[in-house]
Design a protein around this ligand. Sequence first.
Ligand SMILES: [Zn+2]
Length: 534
Amino acid sequence: MSRRAFAIAALSAGAWLSPLGAEEKINADINTRIRQEEKDHSQVMRTLHFFTDVYGPRVTGSPNLKAAGEWAIKTMESWGMTNGHLEPWDFGHPGWVNERFTAHAIAPFKDQLTAEVLAWTPGTDGTVAAQAYELDLPDRPTPEQLTAFLGGAKDKVKGKIVLVGRPTLVAVNFNPPAKRRDDAQVKQQYDPGNPDGGRGGRGGRGGRGDQPPPPMTARQIDEQVDAFLVANGAKVRINDAGREHGQIIAFNNRTYDLARAVPTVVMRNEDYGRIARVLADGTPVQVEFNIVNKVYPEGRTAYNTIAEIPGTDKRNEIVMLGGHLDSWHSATGATDNAIGCAMMMEAARILKAIGVAPRRTIRVALWSGEEEGLLGSQAYVKQHFGSFEAQKPEFATLDAYLNIDSGTGRPRGAGVFGPASAAAILRDILKPFEDLKVFGASATDSRNVGGTDSTSFNNAGLPGIGFGQDPIEYNTHTHHTNLDNYERIVEEDVRAGAVVIASTLYHLAMRDEMVPRFPAGEMPAPPKPAGSAQ
Ligand SMILES: [Zn+2]
């Protein structure tokens, strides 16, 4: 019977899986106590409530994010954890908060308009009412074409509220993606015998097909259009959210310089389309905006949130776990990633509550600046560990870093940066949780930075471990959207997640050896300067 067939048979029998043939020592008693503690005394939804309802949104550099970190420290210390502190790093941009925002159509129809403010853009300094103007940018322009086009539109945007681009046609989706991953597919992904395994659980990104890359990036076009709107006196810029069912994703003015943009919002596709269609009738549309944004200069210093369970005989070795506490601003950031932080804190709480004395020190780290490009975790890794090529003394003391950051779905497996033997250890540790639908681990040799904070560790050549999760509504509804709130969390899944992570954490902290790394001669080369990630 193959390993996989055995797993399926055992699962269908509802059996508790013993780590047959495994070399890892699995403490079944501790696993039972971990499950029982989470069943009887879970705090994970309470933690989520504070991070979202009380402290959300948690934009990097904002007072809310700092207060959320302080609450987390106070809470972890109340659970008996120690060395709680905020660890500063240089964000280099002021904090930014939207305090108030209204948008209405005044004529020819009267209605409220649904939109979200783009971060690090200025407010309107009171209510502004103006005609809407649709600026139809050329498709895939060269810099020369864009400059010529904008040169011809100078007189048209002055004093106007400008819709930038034609509305996106968002078709009805007759084939919505599944909320759970198929068991067989997950098992195949984490099957050590599968040559295509080990490429992580985040799914592929759509290719460009046969089209060559455009002459200008979206960012380059945005910055040129922003400069044009500032120079020619536009009142407000409106971008089309371009998504179904009123979903809005509002990121930031990527220069972080409020002087380099007019007040800017992202409007739901339905309102954007309505205005555009009425304008296309030849009917003028009058709209009215009031945006109040506040800047916090002290936000230039941002903070990662740290707390520990001290180790015993191997206390100088560290097992880290975390997720990013910062969010975008148009919702309270429940699935991205308050719940990841809540699950990690919960895993540490469980171990503390059942009274284990880990051999290694366990360190929770809740990052900031993730959404702006994994900045907080990269700063931490650089400061504490350096990299394989430029090692600091602590480089040798990090056992592994566990990360979770793909929403509310339960973990289905784990990916680890390192040799196949590292994945084999995790596979054995995770095996008792097949009843919770966790099906193994795979190894990756990619040092690319992107996606989430575990890659900051991988990039340095350290064993970053990322959990692959069921998608639930993450990519379809909540990731970075205005719908990312408390209600979207599936309690059963996140409690399962806390149990699986607590056990992984425990077993890593108790092993005789640390998680194996690539030997010096086999360490993959670091990538060329890192791309950005959100
Ligand atoms: Zn995230």
